[in-house]
Design a protein around this ligand. Structure first.
Ligand code: NAD
Length: 497
């Protein structure tokens, strides 16, 4: 059976799409020869079908990753690891148009945003390539007849389970620190969006990585994902996705081999606008904060709190701004918002909109399907909300936000922190003291001041409270993929002094 199919995008024309499982640098069909359909969210039509991994394929991928970890990858110097990674980053850049087009086709994000994502993927891999030969331990002076030092060593075989909202970007956040520190990988892409990672896997091979260092499987969470999190020969699992699945993964890790776990989970982030903010700027950032990537961001600014002095003026202008967001074909150059990723996500979001209406919130704009084909939803703003409403408590993961008033700084902090999540938050003010005081008081892993969603691969990202465990990005992520060995060397002399 051929493990590539010919597909077409409006940007690239025809291209060869791999559809197999990428194990040990080879394309394979999967032991049970299963396949599943990949749906175009803009048209609701089947794009193609790809091979589906079962537990047996996870076993094969883990065996390949284990062998590489214990043999070939161990022999590669940090300098050479760095070279492989930088070559891979270059290849991603050389194939930017193709990767971005596949991402738009499969995920529905606009081609402009997809290009931004792929540029960030290359930058992230290159950044961690730069770290690969800078992983250092310490010497610790304890006694004159002893020599003590620490060695940060790789953890081993890492299972990585990623979501569909930024398919390639989430892949790069995970493989960057894992490869830089000398681990090997079994990656599972999200079942909704397997295509771009499959194209990427060919580039890993082209960059020269030894077989088994990076293995990629397409498959479902309950089968392949569960097999990864409970596998006895996987040393660490890193996950991005829903809090509920994060809990399941942690339980599976605990009851199997107690593998190390990092989790990047959901959010219900507050976006706080003070009376003294630059209103025009604040509206742009609030709009971008919620509607970027169709609201499918773990850090989306879904709860908007505006100080009472400017509330009415702000709401009026924000409504106009939201209605200007161009919703439509991801391949049109001026599209800002494409479709939601799947029928399931579309239904979930529409049911939140229904619940907001039923609980008495007011729909200021949107609240409806956009068009009659594809999973498009109008940008939606709710007002007259109360903290206990479902739309104020739960992650909607769509283009839906709620706006409310606050009186003073104390109330803004209280409202901002009134959530079980703690991924991100933002403040808009011209007062430096306010911005620092409120940033310190907000219980969130990232706080933006006078901006939103500005992520950088140099800056750690992760959650307080139920938004996660551990950090991705920056130097902080390296610690999540290494374990410290302490070595104590006795230099001779009499025993016990
Ligand atoms: P999900 O958490 O079910 O899926 C994310 C990844 O986990 C996918 O690769 C999936 O196959 C895998 N997975 C699912 N069940 C698993 C299991 N039992 N064991 C191991 N892996 C498993 O997310 P979803 O169903 O696609 O979306 C549901 C909600 O999750 C969204 O509405 C949103 O609120 C949230 N979400 C958050 C993020 C984020 O970036 N934090 C990303 C996607 C979805």
């Amino acid at each position: 059976m051929s493990l590539t199919v010919k597909l077409t995008t409006p940007v690239t024309g025809a291209y060869q799409q791999p559809i197999g499982l990428f194990i040990n640098n080879e394309w394979v069909e999967g032991v049970d020869k299963k396949k599943f359909d990949v749906i175009n969210p803009s048209t609701e039509e089947v794009i193609t079908s790809v091979c589906e991994a079962t537990e047996k394929d996870v076993d094969l991928a883990v065996a390949a990753a284990r062998k590489a970890f214990e043999t070939s990858w161990k022999q590669v110097t940090p300098r050479q690891r760095s070279r492989f990674m930088i070559k891979l980053a270059d290849l991603v850049e050389n194939n930017l148009e193709l990767l971005a087009a596949v991402e738009s086709l499969d995920n529905g994000k606009s081609i402009a945003m997809a290009k931004g994502d792929v540029g960030a993927v290359a930058a992230c891999i290159r950044y961690y390539g730069g770290w690969a030969d800078k992983i250092e331990g310490k010497t610790i002076d304890i006694a004159p007849d002893m020599f003590h030092y620490t060695r940060p060593e790789p953890i081993g075989v890492c299972g990585q389970i990623i979501p569909w909202n930024f398919p390639l970007l989430m892949l790069s956040w995970k493989i960057g620190p894992a490869l830089a520190t000398g681990n090997t990988i079994v990656m599972k892409s999200a079942e909704q969006t397997p295509l771009s990672a499959l194209v990427f896997a060919n580039l890993v091979k082209e960059a020269g990585f030894p077989a088994g260092v990076f293995n990629l499987i397409s498959g479902f969470g309950k089968v392949a994902g569960a097999a990864i999190s409970s596998h006895m020969d996987i040393d660490k699992v890193a996950f991005t996705g829903s809090t509920i699945v994060g809990r399941t993964i942690m339980k599976a890790a605990a009851s199997s081999n107690l593998k190390k776990v990092t989790l990047e989970l959901g959010g219900k982030s507050p976006n706080i606008v003070f009376n003294d903010a630059d209103i025009e700027q604040a509206i742009s950032w609030v709009n971008f904060g919620i509607y970027f990537n169709h609201g499918q961001c773990c850090c989306a600014g879904t709860r908007i709190f505006v100080q009472e002095g400017i509330y009415d003026k702000f709401l009026d202008a924000f409504k106009k701004r939201a209605q200007q967001n161009k919703v439509g074909d991801p391949f049109a150059q001026d599209t800002f918002q494409g479709p939601q990723v799947s029928q399931l996500q579309y239904d979930r979001i529409m049911s939140y909109i229904k619940s907001g209406k039923e609980e008495g919130a007011t729909v200021e704009v949107g609240g409806q399907r956009h068009g009659d084909k594809g999973y498009f939803i109008q940008p939606t703003i709710f007002s007259n909300v109360r903290p206990e409403m479902k739309i104020m408590q739960e992650e909607i993961f769509g283009p839906v936000c709620a706006i409310a008033k606050f009186k003073d700084e104390e109330e803004a902090i209280k409202l901002g922190n009134e959530t079980t999540y703690g991924l991100a938050a933002a403040i808009h003010t011209k007062d430096l003291n306010t911005s620092i005081r409120v940033s310190n008081a907000l219980k969130a892993g990232t706080v933006w001041v006078n901006c939103y969603n500005l992520l950088s691969h140099q800056l750690p990202f992760g959650g307080f409270k139920q938004s996660g465990i551990g950090r991705e990005l920056g130097e902080a992520a390296l610690a999540e993929y290494t374990q410290i060995k302490s070595v104590a060397v006795r230099l001779g002399g009499p025993l016990f002094g």
